[in-house]
Design a protein around this ligand. Structure first.
Ligand code: XMP
Ligand code: MG
Length: 180
């Protein structure tokens, strides 16, 4: 285990197993369709790769990079598009892929944007759900794991851009972010 990690919440093996399960579920849900899978950068990258590897439908992939103004550990709801999609979403079945839903403000912004752009359908798949953090009215259609209201890192999730490459989800030691 990495020296900055206090405990592992979800192991590499549990994530692998979950990606298989969710991939099979998405295969059923999108049978006969040609969805556009939208990864929200940068955090969704490992999950997107692993879950889509286990799907057996034709799909297209694209990426969106958004940043929220304000604090680095919480989002504020005011969202800036850093990189927009290259693909037109009008009439498409969208599958938004996220690492974590906390307040839900980021996704609520994206869902409104894609509705405005006339998507045919919008589903959300998230690896992690932190229901206690929710302020926006957003629920994911497919959830990997629920996590407690703690700041988590690894498998795409960062603290100051570090720890995205860990193969598991863990909690940082308080000293890493200036605690005792
Ligand atoms: P909202 O609040 O808009 O947040 O649902 C989504 C984004 O906030 C970040 N976030 C976290 N990042 N560990 C992280 O590394 C966490 O525990 C955490 N909680 C929220 C993340 O960027 C996510 O996309
Ligand atoms: Mg993020």
């Amino acid at each position: 285990m990495h020296n900055d990690i206090e405990k592992i919440l979800i192991s590499k093996e549990e994530i692998e197993e979950k990606c298989k399960e969710l991939g099979a579920q998405l295969t059923q849900e999108y049978e006969g369709k040609f969805p556009l899978a939208i990864g929200v950068l940068k955090g969704a990258l490992p999950f997107m790769a692993d879950v889509l590897r286990h799907t057996e439908v034709h799909l297209e992939m694209d990426f969106m990079d958004v940043s929220s103004y304000g604090g680095e550990m919480r989002s504020t709801g005011e969202v800036k598009i850093v990189k927009d999609l290259d693909t037109k979403v009008e009439g498409r079945d969208l599958l938004i892929i996220e690492d974590i839903i906390d307040s839900g403000l980021t996704l609520s912004y994206l869902v409104d944007l894609f509705k405005y752009r006339k998507a045919n359908s919008i589903k959300i798949v998230t690896l992690l759900d932190k229901p206690e953090g929710r302020t926006a009215d957003i629920t994911a259609d497919v959830v990997g794991f629920q996590v407690p209201n703690e700041f988590v890192v690894g498998y795409g999730l960062d603290y100051q851009e570090k720890f995205r490459n860990l193969p598991y989800i863990g909690v940082l030691k308080p000293r890493v972010y200036g605690g005792e």
